[in-house]
Design a protein around this ligand. Structure first.
Ligand SMILES: Cc1cc2nc3c(=O)[nH]c(=O)nc-3n(C[C@H](O)[C@H](O)[C@H](O)COP(=O)(O)OP(=O)(O)OC[C@H]3O[C@@H](n4cnc5c(N)ncnc54)[C@H](O)[C@@H]3O)c2cc1C
Length: 372
């Protein structure tokens, strides 16, 4: 990274709108001089400093830039590190070892899992086998109001089940690392939106060793975008639904909402689009391309997780849950519509990367040209 530190990260990533709010920089900052705003942005918290000034950076600390999955030539660096090569143009959803449809065989997980419950099954198995001591996930909170999401550390089956399912506001799960550190946990799984899952590549590629050693598995969630809390609240209110009555939400071409009274509601997705969270607007990564295992809910059948196994360790974890009879798996080719949609949504997201509009040539090579 040379001379690059917080000032360059701020100017090239935060100030240009490329920052997704993944909080990798905040997690990795060794001097705790970066904070995180309610608008999901990293911020300098040192007294009397300008937004882009970091006295530690001026003295040569560049850890924030190294952790950031949007800084400079991020995509090729991460591909090389995780897969030993850059992606080919036609690998539109990233480099993969296998593409599966998976479903838990555990009725308790199936009950609360968003799709096939793969994510929760992997976490519970990892905890029970002592492969991990905890997982960085997201819990339901009422910080802005009911059914909001926030980072959470879970360490047992009950915790995993309590945090299963999807919320469509943003939670910067890497921030739960601070609680893991307080508890002295050394082996963790990171569950993260596609942007957060790229930390899986930045930490080893740029030698952020302290955290690289701690993350034993990264599970990515396929993601087109998240929405602001206020926007979701307004759209629901327009349909006569109060946020406090929501017990589950899903997005599959439409906003699907289940309410406390047993009701089920469908809302056209276009009503939510005006409330896209700003940090998602330039994000080019739909399919969590640098996770060990990426998971999504697109497909013909609702209770299966579309699963992209990407790395050797991802494959080892998948093999373990399948061999233990905890996960049922079949080839994704069984569902050609899901594969088509995966390709389409991946290409759509990649077109967001503002190659031509950005100031500063240094920020441009971030994404390899793959759109066919
Ligand atoms: C905001 C969002 C958008 C998504 N968009 C798509 C999409 O467009 N297409 C698609 O195919 N799939 C999408 N997904 C992924 C999908 O909803 C499921 O998470 C995925 O299929 C895994 O299902 P599962 O049953 O295996 O997971 P589960 O076993 O239910 O586990 C889900 C995990 O996700 C974590 N989580 C929930 N909400 C959040 C959040 N807001 N931020 C961070 N972590 C969270 C939970 O804590 C839990 O660990 C999205 C998920 C989220 C959270």
């Amino acid at each position: 990274m040379g001379e690059a530190h917080w000032r360059e990260l701020y100017r090239e990533v935060v100030d240009t709108g490329l920052c997704t709010g993944c909080a990798a920089c905040v997690m990795a900052c060794p001097r705790d001089v970066l904070g995180y705003t309610d608008d999901y942005e990293p911020v300098q918290i040192g007294e009397g400093m300008d937004v882009d000034q970091c006295v530690i950076g001026d003295r040569g600390c560049d850890i924030c830039t190294r952790a950031c999955p949007r800084f400079r030539t991020w995509e090729s660096e991460l591909d090389q590190e995780l897969f030993g090569r850059e992606r080919e143009r036609d690998e539109v959803y990233g480099i993969a070892r296998s593409l599966l449809l998976t479903r838990t065989t555990d009725a308790g997980i199936a009950e609360v899992g968003q799709d096939g419950g793969l994510v929760s099954t992997l976490l519970i198995h990892g905890l029970e086998q002592d492969w991990i001591e905890g997982a960085l996930t997201s819990k339901i909170v009422d910080d802005r109001g009911p059914f909001d999401a926030a980072p959470a550390l879970v360490t047992d089956r009950a915790g995993v089940l309590a945090t299963a399912g999807s919320r469509y506001t943003y939670a910067a799960n890497p921030l739960a690392m601070s609680e893991a550190e307080e508890q002295g946990l050394k082996q963790l799984a990171l569950v993260g939106m596609s942007c957060q899952a790229s930390i899986n590549g930045t930490l080893p590629a740029r030698k952020v060793n302290k955290y690289n050693r701690k993350i034993a598995l990264t599970i990515g969630l396929l993601c087109s975008k998240t929405f602001t809390y206020e926007g979701q609240q307004k759209v629901l209110a327009d349909h006569g639904i109060a946020m406090e009555d929501v017990v589950k939400a899903n997005i599959k071409g439409r906003f699907m909402v289940w309410t406390r009274d047993g009701g089920y509601h469908e809302i056209p997705l276009k009503e939510l689009h005006p409330y896209t969270r700003p940090g998602c607007k330039l994000c080019p990564d739909f399919s969590a391309e640098h996770a060990d295992i990426s998971t999504g809910g697109i497909g013909a059948e609702d209770d299966w997780t579309l699963t992209i196994v990407r790395t050797e360790r991802g494959e080892a974890w998948m093999r373990a849950v399948i061999d233990a009879g905890l996960i049922e798996a079949r080839p994704a080719e069984d569902d050609p519509v899901a594969i088509k949609l995966l390709e389409k949504l991946s290409v759509t997201s990649r077109k967001r990367w503002p190659v031509d509009e950005l100031d500063g040539a240094a920020a441009r090579p971030g994404l390899l040209p793959i759109v066919p």
